[in-house]
Design a protein around this ligand. Sequence first.
Ligand SMILES: C[S@@+](CC[C@H](N)C(=O)[O-])C[C@H]1O[C@@H](n2cnc3c(N)ncnc32)[C@H](O)[C@@H]1O
Length: 400
Amino acid sequence: MSNTYQQRIKNHILDEETFLSAVFSGQQKGKSVLWEKVSLRPVLLKDKRHIQFSYFDGKQDISKNYAGDELAEKVDELLALAFKSIALRASSGDIRVQITKKGKAIIHQDKAPAKQPQQPDLSHNHRKDLILPFDKPNPFLQTIGIMTAEGRIRAKMQDKFWQINRFLQLVHQSIDLKRLSHSPLRVVDCGCGSAYLSFATYHYLSDILERPTQMVGIDLKSDLLQRRGEQARNLGWDGLRFEASRIIDYTPAAPPDIVLALHACDTATDESLAQAARWGSRYIFSVPCCHHHLQAQLPSVGQAVSLSHKPVLRHGILKERLGDILTDAFRALILRIMGYRSEVVEFISSEHTDKNLMIRAVKASKPGQAQFLREYQAMKAEWGATPYLEELLGKEFPYA
Ligand SMILES: C[S@@+](CC[C@H](N)C(=O)[O-])C[C@H]1O[C@@H](n2cnc3c(N)ncnc32)[C@H](O)[C@@H]1O
């Protein structure tokens, strides 16, 4: 391949500094290619540059991400296919390759980039509909360390930036602000940690929607919260404050309208759901983290009473995933019993985090609906397990 157009194209794709995108399309005369079009672009996954290949077969797109040796192999595979044209963009100059009917490669190369050299865009997900734009300097994103002083998302914060953006998108799609007509809005972020989500939500509600907001971030890490509190004050955000407390021990001055929890560890998610249900909060948005409590109650394969459970319980990884699924199913069902319309939806692509489910709930009906109670009893009997959320709610859940 040395010195061929294939080698040049490959070198450009592998060049981390300059490669922006490439599109392979069309078919050479008398030959066929499985894909109508394949597009390539750099993305950052877990702080590492990958190239995303989007294979389009005329009906659907399949995306795969590759790095290192595997990337080089996949580029070779692509270049071996009989595409008719390749359009490559690089900050060092664009290249277009056209294969003639006789199979000859015509190569056009821009000698100099038409505009200022660009940086490869490593944002993994589509940019449209982002509530927090990635390309405009934003004082709060700079203050909390997601964006550089020059207005660029830090490489190692790409995943977190996408997570909070996606969280806001789901909040935006779910909240009917007309139903929350009082002022100020009250919001609690449970297990807020570094408080990226608390800052982002406060910015969304108070700056973008211009709704007076009182927001409290709760966590066990008092030092971290103190620093974040100072940063909020420096931004002049009087309505955002932080309190060091266990979620389950926190007593708000007034019941919050909205309760958030992003990756609150293990049973901290249950604490936030229990508190939200007790407070009668109208909206709950919770992205659970690891799950251990229920898993430990699942029988081992030798103890399993049901023959049909054995094939799942036999394999550690399946048992673990079953524990995750049952935990979230119990959580969503308990919220339904407590009078919430709850749903479990995908939060973000699993490439950003494998903790990628969101329990989204809105207070909608009377508690104790018979249908959900029957489901709950059946589920507990089937799996011989009691979810932690039931224990936490205690007397406030008289349906056990
Ligand atoms: C994985 S971090 C997530 C932080 C943040 N929500 C985010 O997504 O960036 C989980 C946080 O929950 C906090 N946490 C765990 N158990 C808690 C509890 N019972 N009460 C309050 N905070 C808790 C931890 O201190 C930690 O900061």
